[in-house]
Design a protein around this ligand. Structure first.
Ligand code: HEM
Length: 125
């Protein structure tokens, strides 16, 4: 895969639209029990994805890491699973077989970005 910066930012902007529509729905129907899922769509989906995209833009060497594609896929997969788990738990049904893998895959995705940045996050001299 190439253009990790653009792909991350595009996905982040998709997440913000999803999160906003979800926010309008939960606010207008007064279902505040879903605020937690909404917050995770906004923060893990929109904010973190755009920040990861900006890291790729600011440090192009990150995109040359062989971890770049797995990091992208693992992080996005993790947050989808985690958000599904959050929606269930906001309904009062805590489903650990969804929440636990979702959380662990998400943190693995973030940890891979940490490893990539530690190894490749330097400006060319
Ligand atoms: C059209 C845009 C949005 C609408 C209509 C909206 C609506 C709401 C509503 C109705 C609540 C619940 C408030 C309450 O519990 O009293 C809420 C909470 C929250 N929203 Fe949004 N929101 C929007 C965008 C965003 C975005 C873009 C983010 C993050 C980047 C965000 C993050 C949060 C957070 C962190 C909370 C608190 C959650 C909690 O208390 O558990 N929202 N929003």
């Amino acid at each position: 895969m190439q253009h990790y910066d653009r792909n991350y930012i595009l996905l982040g902007l998709c997440w913000v639209i999803v999160g906003m529509i979800f926010g309008i729905w939960l606010g207008s129907t007064n279902q505040m029990n879903y605020a937690n899922s909404h917050a995770h769509i906004g923060l893990l989906g929109f904010v973190a994805s755009v920040l990861f995209g900006l890291l790729h833009w600011a440090y192009p060497a990150l995109g040359k890491s062989r971890l770049a594609t797995p990091q992208f896929v693992i992080y996005q997969l993790g947050i989808v699973i985690l958000i599904v788990g959050k929606i269930y738990s906001d309904q009062g049904a805590v489903i650990l077989p969804i929440l636990i893998p979702g959380s662990l895959i998400t943190v693995a995705g973030a940890a891979l970005m940490l490893v990539m940045f530690a190894k490749h996050g330097r400006k060319a001299a």
